[in-house]
Each structure stands twice: as C-alpha cells, then as structure tokens.
Write a protein that binds this ligand. Structure first.
Ligand code: ARG
Length: 457
C-alpha cells in the first residue's frame, strides 16, 4: 500500500516504481526508523495529540516489528521505502490506530532523522575501531622503539629513525581521525523531526522531548533547513575519506616493504594470498585492497556533494540518492579498520633488515654536517664540506662509517676521532631527543601524550 494513493487514479508504472523505490537499500536503516517512530508516538501521547493508550499500543507493536526484523522473522520487502514498510506493517498488526503514527510528521523529517541516527551509530562504532587501531599501533611502536630504519624523503633514504617513530606517525593520523569523527558527531546530533514536510507542523508537539528520548543533544532550529540539510553526511564522508587516505598510505608502505627489495616485513599467511599460476607467490592482497578501498569512499563523497549541489530548498527527491554512498562508506570503513587492526596484530617486522638499512644512502650525512656546525662552522659551510665527503665516499665506494679520521681531516681540521661515533645511525637516533624526535625516551613521551589523548575521546 502506498502512503499517498488518495489523489491518484492510476497505478504507478512498474519501471517507474522500481526506479522510485528505496526499500532495497534504505531497509538498512530499519532499526533507526523504528526507534525514531517509537519516540515520535511516545511524544504524541505525552502531548495529548493521541491518547496514552494509543501511544502504548503503537510503541509495543513497533518494538515487536523491530524484534521480528532483527530475528529474521519479518523481511522488509514489498513497499516503497522503509518508512512505508513499517507503517504498513504497523497498520496490519494494530489496525486503524496504526494510521495515527504519522500525525505531525512527514517522511522528509523522518528520513532526515533516520540518517542522523544511522550515522551516529556508525560514528560511534568507527570511533571505537579507530581507538583500537591507535592502541594497536602504539603497542607495536613501543615494541619497536629501538628498531632502527631509514626515514625517507622523495622515497630515498634521508635520515635514520626507528620503526617506533614511523608507526607513531600513523597512530597520530588515526587519532586525529577519531577526533574528527567525534567533532562531526556534535553537529550531527540534533533532531530534525518536527520540521514536517518543510514548514513544520500545526500540532503542539514537543520536539525537545523526542530529542531527549532519542539521545539527541538538541533540535534543528529551522524546519526548511531541518529537512534539507545533508551537511552532516558530507562532513561524515570527508572524515571517512581522511581515515581511508591514512589507511591507503600506510598500506602502500606495507606493500613495498613486503617485497624482496625491501624485505622489511614478513606478510602473515593469514593476511596474504597466492597466485593461481606462480607457485612461489605470497601477495599483499589485503594491503592492496586497503590502499584501493580509499577510491570508492572518495567516490561516495563526490556523489554526495554532487547530489546536493544546486538543490533548492527544501526536500527534493534527489536526496534519496544520499543513502547508497553513505551506506557504502560506513560498511567500507568499518570493515577496513577491522581487517587492518587484525593485520597489525599479526604482522612481524624484519628488524635485522631494517637496522642494516638505516645507514644506507649516506643517511647520516646530516649528522656529519651537524658535527661541524656544532664546532662553530656555519651550517651552510658544514653542508658544503659534508657534500664533498659524500661525493668522495660515492667515488671511492666508501661509507661515512668506514672512512678513517685522517680521511675526514682532509676535508676539515675540525674533525676529531669522535666523528666516527657521530655518524653511527644509533647515535643519530639517540641524539634526536627533542620533542617530536625519534630517541627512545622521546618515543616514550610521545606514547604517553597519545594515550592521554585517546582517553579524552
Ligand atoms: N525515500 C525517501 C528518501 O530517502 C524518503 C522521503 C520521501 N519523501 C518524499 N517526499 N517523497 O529521501
């Protein structure tokens, strides 16, 4: 049964109906839709718009419908959308009183409410998933705080650092993602119900009461805005894109780290797959998918923005197109965070390979320049002298670590025997004690700050 058949004399064309229906996808919001309706009918009862007994009948039946869908006894099919499905089902269970549910409400403010409730649930789930990931990365960073490795710029070895430092960089990104979601939740958590179709309602409803029942912090202040606002969806999707971007970046590192040329990590069997033709292969498919999934969430954000662009006030059916991108993004990000956290728990790093790599590419050249600058040579001049030493090493197949003190002295009289210690990667790491650096004690401090920040989310 359509909710609007009164003024029509002919049935909707079959293809137009298939095109118009949103039940195949908005059924995912059945829980939020029914909870919204329960709060709405309790509010109608409290305000005397329907009787308390009617409110009770409606809410009991709605709870039963919810339980039946939850258990799989009732399947949402055969209606235009989830709102129509629930209302039809209600009327079939309680009769005429069911037809009172939609008093002082439109599907326009109902759907706006449902999406906010749906996204709030998603945000709560993903904030927890992000926090778990940050904890996992922090624990791993603590374990690897003394594992030396090269830090890269332009994908070339730049300066020695530690794996702990590296992993903490990503932990900070995911911490910001959790904070961003929490912030998005604040703006999202207001109730649009009561906005009606567009210009509100003549019934003396109590919107604050409904808001309280549904756990909203307040109500939307303007009914035209209430039904037509999807800023919160766009904001959520940007937060999702940002987190997916971070996942794609760290997984790109892991893809190349797992290759023979790097060999920095050992892919766990449980998180890699083989080839149908090459028997030797163990591929980083999970990491590649985590890198690739970002693309579809970016697509979801672009769809949403494009749907909203240029829409006049207030509700327009274009806005039904908001759901599939949103659902796709919420499913993608939740699954991605779960699988990546599990991967992080299983992955092992090849410490020996990383340590051996730390001094490659003359990555301690900055230490050499700093050594001279420390002895009074202006840094620019120290840079020039060190550049010449590096060139000498390249031309003679030497490294900054195996040059003799005499060789160093040929480039500057400021060099003394302690230069050989200064250019050791362990030394380069240990001396970077300043805030943000990679010395072990500084990583321990960073871990404390990070864990504190986590407790405040
Ligand atoms: N399925 C619709 C949507 O998602 C629900 C609102 C329908 N409102 C309407 N005026 N046709 O936007």
């Amino acid at each position: 049964m359509k909710l609007w058949s009164g003024r029509f004399t002919a049935e909707l064309n079959d293809i137009a109906e298939e095109f118009n229906d949103s039940l195949p996808f908005d059924r995912q919001m059945y829980r939020q839709d029914i909870n919204g309706s329960i709060a709405h009918c309790l509010m109608l009862g409290k305000c005397g718009i329907i009787t308390q007994a009617e409110a009770e009948t409606l809410s009991v039946a709605l709870k039963a419908i919810l339980a039946d869908i939850d258990s799989g006894k009732l399947e949402p099919v055969g209606a235009e959308d989830i709102h129509s499905f629930v209302e039809n089902e209600l009327v079939s269970r309680v009769g005429n009183v069911g037809k009172k549910l939609h008093t002082a409400r439109s599907r326009n403010d109902q759907v706006a409410t449902d999406i906010r409730l749906y996204l709030r649930d998603s945000i709560d789930e993903q904030t927890e998933l992000l926090k778990t990931l940050v904890v996992t990365l922090a624990d791993k960073a603590e374990k690897e705080k003394a594992t030396a490795m090269p830090a890269y710029t332009h994908m070339q070895k730049a300066q020695p650092t530690t794996l702990g430092h590296y992993l903490l960089a990503y932990a900070n990104m995911f911490l910001r993602d959790a904070e961003r979601l929490k912030d998005c939740r604040k703006r999202l958590n207001v109730l649009p119900l009561g906005s009606g179709a567009c210009a509100s309602t003549t019934f003396p409803i109590d919107r604050e009461y409904t808001a309280k029942l549904l756990g909203f912090d307040g109500i939307t202040q303007n009914s035209l805005d209430g039904v037509s606002d999807r800023d919160f969806s766009i904001e959520y999707l940007s937060c999702a894109v940002q987190a997916m971007l971070h996942l794609s970046r760290i997984n790109e590192e892991f893809v190349y780290w797992s290759g023979e040329e790097f060999g920095y990590l050992i892919l766990p069997d449980a998180f890699s797959t083989g080839s149908s033709i090459m028997p030797q292969k163990k591929n980083p498919d999970v990491n590649e998918l985590l890198r690739g999934k970002c693309g579809r969430v970016v697509g979801d954000l672009v769809s949403m923005i494009t749907v909203m662009k240029g829409l006049p006030l207030a509700y327009n059916k274009d806005m039904q197109e908001d759901k599939e991108p949103l659902f796709d993004a919420t499913h993608t990000i939740s699954l991605s965070l779960k699988v990546f956290t599990a991967f992080m728990n299983a992955v092992e790093f090849n410490r020996a390979k990383m340590n051996a790599s730390a001094a490659g590419g003359h990555s301690c050249a900055t230490e050499c320049a700093d050594y001279l600058a420390d002895k009074g040579l202006p840094f620019r001049a120290a840079h020039e002298v060190t550049g010449k030493i590096v060139l000498y090493c390249i031309e003679n197949g030497k490294t900054l670590q195996n040059l003799t003190v005499d060789e160093y002295k040929k480039f500057s009289p400021l060099f003394e025997s302690d230069i050989l210690k200064a250019v050791l990667p362990q030394n380069a790491i240990a001396r970077r004690k300043i805030k943000g650096g990679c010395a072990v004690e500084e990583i321990e401090r960073q871990l404390k700050v990070l864990r504190n920040a986590l407790n405040n989310i």
